[in-house]
Design a protein around this ligand. Structure first.
Ligand code: GDD
Length: 416
């Protein structure tokens, strides 16, 4: 059964708030993590662009507890580009990944959509949303989760699950278990029918019933239980997926394409490479071309913002993203890096496995580099906002907090 041509679909992207994403520091100090650029586009832009392929998409909602003004500019420009309304909805306090959805149920259901996509903002994949929707309609359940196979060693960072190999039903789900369950994990991308709201309401009601004083051995126990889990705080994974597994309501759709989670600056560099590579198929016009005569030499996938100025003798790539108003001087060499707005890179500097923060400068013959282990804390060198690396200084495997000037070389260090 295909989705009826009249049925509307909405998408909701959970963007969190300033108290989440702390592992993304120091880069989240001056930009909300969802707006941090990967392959030259804000992180949240990638799932939003994927929503464009959903048939009958009526509206996209971003739900978070950042200030509205932080998203206002982006939301208005993407609405125009997408030709679909994109709205930012601010929670006064965190309600959890399902509680946030429930809190705005009236707005989300305003146009009576038949299906609701729910996406975590901090995952990187090719978002196979139309295929998920088709599979979900075929399964006939309340929800379908995108799942992926990861290594047994890394699976415990995610929700681990067991699915029926024939029907794809979700049979068992445990969030970040201590004991290994499965290499199949929850990718943080879902499609639901509107019944999801009743399921969330049931959790909340059940919690209210349990939170009646006489059910607890002491007032302290009552206080502890009600304080740790407020009635309107509902987690999609623990409170909905775990209890509903094996009840013929939830199904899975496996992706064998790339999938990563973006919790750290190091992972943002890896995901930038994945999205640049995807541009070859989706937006080749965003990739730089260079021949070393009029333009710089380009190796592999590189994004250069139109306002950036790159000297023709510079060499960039692979996996390089250059943001607005960046200036790159003669003989500079950049490999695997994200260069944020208003940075200046002077003659013959080398930048490799690094993220260079807004308004920073790198002096002549300097090197800013790392060994490129995306999963280790110092595997990618990070310069915070307005860091000045003076001429002939070498910075290796280090994190430099904003507004520092480096006139001596550093290695394996965090400069506060
Ligand atoms: N608006 C809002 N309000 N967003 C929230 C809230 C909230 O109260 N809590 C979390 N989020 C957003 C986060 O910003 C993120 O995009 C998403 O919801 C999930 O965040 P977490 O609840 O912190 O979970 P996680 O990222 O550690 O793990 C989840 O995602 C993994 C896939 O990336 C789980 O669902 C895992 O099972 C899953 O593997």
């Amino acid at each position: 059964m295909a989705a009826s041509s009249k049925e509307k679909v909405v998408a909701v992207i959970m963007v969190g708030g300033p108290t989440k994403g702390t592992r993304f520091r120091p880069l989240s100090f001056n930009t909300p993590k969802p707006l941090f650029p990967l392959a030259g586009q804000p992180m949240v832009h990638h799932p939003i662009s994927a929503c464009r392929r959903i048939p009958n998409l009526a509206e996209v909602f971003l739900i978070g507890f950042y200030e509205e003004r932080e998203f206002a500019l982006y939301v208005s420009s993407i609405s125009t580009e997408l030709k679909v309304p994109v709205r930012y909805l601010k929670e006064e306090k965190p309600h959890g990944s399902a509680g946030g959805l429930y809190y705005f149920r009236d707005l989300i259901m305003e146009d009576s959509p038949s299906h609701i996509f729910l996406l975590n903002c901090d995952v990187c994949c090719n978002f196979p949303l139309p295929d998920m929707l088709d599979a979900h309609i075929r399964y006939g359940g309340m929800g379908t989760l995108l799942i992926s196979k990861v290594s047994a060693e890394s699976a415990n960072q995610f929700g681990e699950l067991v699915a029926d190999p024939v029907t794809n039903e979700l049979l068992h789900y445990t969030e970040k278990p201590e004991t290994f369950v499965s290499e199949l994990i929850n990718c943080g991308v879902y499609v639901f029918t509107p019944e999801i709201f009743s399921a969330i309401q049931d959790v909340s009601r059940h919690r209210e019933d349990r939170a009646t004083l006489h059910h607890f051995p002491s007032f302290e126990a009552f206080q502890l239980a009600t304080r740790s889990l407020p009635r309107d705080f509902v987690r999609l994974d623990q409170d909905i997926l775990s209890p509903l597994a094996g009840k013929k309501q939830l199904y899975t759709y496996e992706t064998v394409d790339f999938w990563e989670q973006i919790k750290t600056p190091g992972m943002s560099l890896k995901c930038s490479a994945l999205y640049l590579n995807q541009f070859r198929y989706t937006s080749p016009d965003l990739l730089a071309l260079g021949d070393g005569t009029k333009n710089a030499t380009i190796v592999g996938d590189v994004y250069i913002h139109p306002s950036a100025k790159v000297h023709p003798t510079a060499k960039l790539g692979p996996n390089v993203s250059i943001s607005a108003n960046v200036r790159i001087a003669a003989g500079a060499r950049l490999i695997n890096c994200i260069i944020l707005d208003d940075v200046e890179i002077k003659d013959n500097a080398v930048v490799m496995y690094a993220i260079v923060g807004w308004k920073s400068s790198i002096g002549k013959w300097s090197r800013v580099q790392a060994d490129g282990d995306y999963n280790s804390k110092l595997g990618v060198t990070i310069l915070g906002e307005a860091v000045a690396v003076e001429d002939e200084v070498v910075v290796i495997n280090s994190i430099i907090l904003p507004h520092k000037t480096l006139n001596i070389s550093v290695q394996d260090d965090i400069i506060l």
